[in-house]
Design a protein around this ligand. Sequence first.
Ligand SMILES: [Zn+2]
Length: 449
Amino acid sequence: MTTGRPPASGPATPDYTPESGDPAWSVDLYDLDLSYRVATNRLDGTATVTAVASTRLRRLSFDLVGLRVDKVRVDGAKTRFQQTATKLVVTLPGEVEAGVRLVVRIDYGGAPAPRRTTWGELGWEELADGVLVASQPNGAATWFPCNDRPDDKASYRVSVSAEHGYTVVCNGELVGRRTTPGRVTWTYEQPEPTATYLATVQIGRYETTATALGDAAAPVAGLLVSPPGLHDRAEHDFADLGDMMTCFVEAFGPYPFPSYTVVVTADELEIPLEAQGMAVFGANHVDGQSGTERLIAHELAHQWFGNSVGLASWRDIWLNEGFACYAEWLWAERSGGPSAATQAGRTHLRLVLPPHDIVVGDPGPALMFDDRVYKRGALTLQALRVTVGDAAFFDVLRSWTDANRHGVVTTRDFVEHCVAVTGVDDGSLPALFAAWLDGTSLPSLPRAS
Ligand SMILES: [Zn+2]
């Protein structure tokens, strides 16, 4: 298991989560059939994983943390496996060649809990009365056996049964809801390629409102899921979501999924979180006065940047966060607030203050969620916008999300894309990106001419 697949382009460098994921194989489909008891935090289930060998191999190494495996079958035959604190290693009946497809069925269960990482506790988390899953970057293994790397996107079918009275929300579309005495089974399908960290389950005593978002000609199904006591405040604070969708579709291109679900938990959360086709906010993020409009724009923008156009490697995290932060400025600009240039100028003034010790294009695992990755990443886009002009800038963004829809990318891909789309091939754009992303000293913001 040594012949890893290099990123789509760019030099191979150590990733930020070397303990997670296995490049020797990839996943086409996770079919998860789960039973959960909120009252006792007990999860039992079967994961049926359609795996494809990327190289010749004899075993498959899954990430799985805190849950015990009872039985593994490969293509229907019971097989040997070993489990450590973080891995499930499945021995294949025989050696398989690259390209061979295997259906691995794993029966497992236990009391799921978050995983302690450099970035805090990640993954399956009990709320006061429900569940939240927030996995970025490597918490997915706390609830299902997976190949936990950002570049291995797969389709999902997730079925979760829980006690009556709870709403279960997973990625994708609800395709079935079956009631048995005392329990309800919710089944969701997400055919669009999805990174493991963006797969999620949200459980709570929620009510749901449906709305159409964006242009009437091509509406996106919007769902607002929140505790009844917070519903009025949530409806008020998310009232602009439709206009925001219209604004971002115009700026970034078509919304990449059929629906967008907003979950508001009864608990307070440190920060809102993006998931595939979904965003999760805490009770503290809805104040009934649109106090978190900026964050609402940020999470919606991740559906294009991060979720559809995904990362080949975590070191390029600015491609998610810099773009989502820029979207906050764009929404403010288009909804009567200060222009992106004004917001960029203010942000630049703050970043002039030391320390200048971060390389935004490769911040290292400890700093990958540092605020400067977000802000300086957004400034990089403002510098690009001023340099190439509005028409070329938005052409770049729309063609970027189109060319890489549901794919994975690197910073080098983006730089090459900018050169190709703008026709500015005198080396000035690679130099601009190098100054903003590869150095520590803060470049000046170019001025509009
Ligand atoms: Zn973000």
